[in-house]
Design a protein around this ligand. Structure first.
Ligand SMILES: [Zn+2]
Length: 326
């Protein structure tokens, strides 16, 4: 998913580049967009340039220390979503104290969202249905991208998600999936967010791989910007999601040897967006991870390697558990 349209040298204003259709067409399949449009979360698509990535209110300023901004990063992520939690959550926080001491993470809940669905390609009409993402209406879901050789992003995301689940469960974490290859298509992006909300997840991660142009390499994490519109209100999750993103970037680099993207995020492996339904509608700390660019030969060699995918799962697991214990 994601919009691969941003050139290496600049961030958001580079939407100016959107004036160059050829560049867009080359880069923007948006991960997830090659076979459909936009990202699995309805992220950017070549067909919808400008509005795809509106100026992200609350967007992270490169160089700004994590934890500053709309939230004090020192507070526990659990506290941030208290308003959305039921009374039964106190027990979870108590167990979280145990987790912070480095022990079991039993009682913690993690939502893993394997981006797209291998069956989406056979249900294009169903996934084209428009859903409300708070500040816009977008496609229910997209097909996702693929490598030039045809390895589908939806297969990649499911594989990495399952590897991650196995590792998280060893830590005592309860893992909830949005889909496990067990439904014909979807779910829609709004439902993907709602599943994490209903699970009262302590952390949520949507796994993707990008579909930018060749030469664009590396991974990046997408955090929610501030959206308070319609059914979306991310104000309580931007801070903890930033913390989650920081943990993921650090551990993903260490575990996989991959570098932060060279085409987005100013080399920090971080982006902030306000156009993704899966983030806009989340009430729990959530980020997207673009593990690499499927359309680049070097990245594709990694993404198609089961051994690398296991490393990715290790990095993801360490990032999430580091966040849960912080
Ligand atoms: Zn995707």
């Amino acid at each position: 998913m994601s919009n691969g349209s941003t050139p290496p040298t600049s961030r958001r204003p580079a939407r100016a580049l959107l004036a160059v259709p050829a560049v867009l067409a080359a880069l923007c399949c948006a991960g997830c967009g090659a076979l459909g449009n936009g990202d699995g979360d309805g992220a950017a698509s070549p067909a919808r340039p400008g509005p795809e990535r509106p100026a992200a209110a609350g967007s992270h300023t490169p160089g700004q220390p994590a934890g500053q901004g709309e939230h004090d990063g020192k507070q526990s992520h659990g506290d941030k979503s208290d308003g959305d939690r039921s009374n039964g959550d106190k027990g979870d926080r108590d167990k979280g104290d145990e987790g912070r001491r480095g022990g079991s993470l039993r009682g913690k809940v993690v939502l893993i969202d394997p981006g797209h669905n291998p069956g989406n390609r056979d249900h294009t009409a169903e996934i084209a249905r428009q859903v409300d993402v708070g500040n816009a209406r977008k496609e229910c879901d997209t097909t996702g991208t693929s490598t030039n050789a045809g390895y589908a992003e939806a297969s990649f995301t499911l594989d990495v998600a399952r590897r991650t689940r196995a590792l998280l469960q060893k830590e005592g974490v309860k893992v909830v999936f949005t889909q496990d290859g067990d439904r014909p298509y979807g779910p829609c992006v709004d439902e993907r967010a709602e599943i994490g909300n209903k699970a009262h997840a302590d952390a949520a991660l949507s796994i993707h791989a990008d579909g930018a142009g060749a030469g664009n390499r590396g991974f990046h994490v997408i955090r929610p910007g501030v959206v308070h519109s319609g059914g979306a209100d991310t104000r309580k999750i931007t801070g903890p999601s930033r913390d989650l993103a920081d943990h993921l970037v650090g551990r993903f680099v260490a575990a996989t040897g991959s570098a932060p993207a060279n085409y987005i995020g100013a080399g920090k492996g971080l982006d902030t967006r306000t156009d993704l339904g899966g983030l806009n509608l989340s009430r729990v700390p959530k980020v997207f991870l673009e593990c690499g660019n499927m359309r680049d030969a070097q990245d594709a060699a990694r993404l198609t390697d089961p051994a690398w995918r296991q490393k990715a799962a290790v990095g993801i697991t360490e990032g999430i558990t580091g966040f849960l214990r912080s």
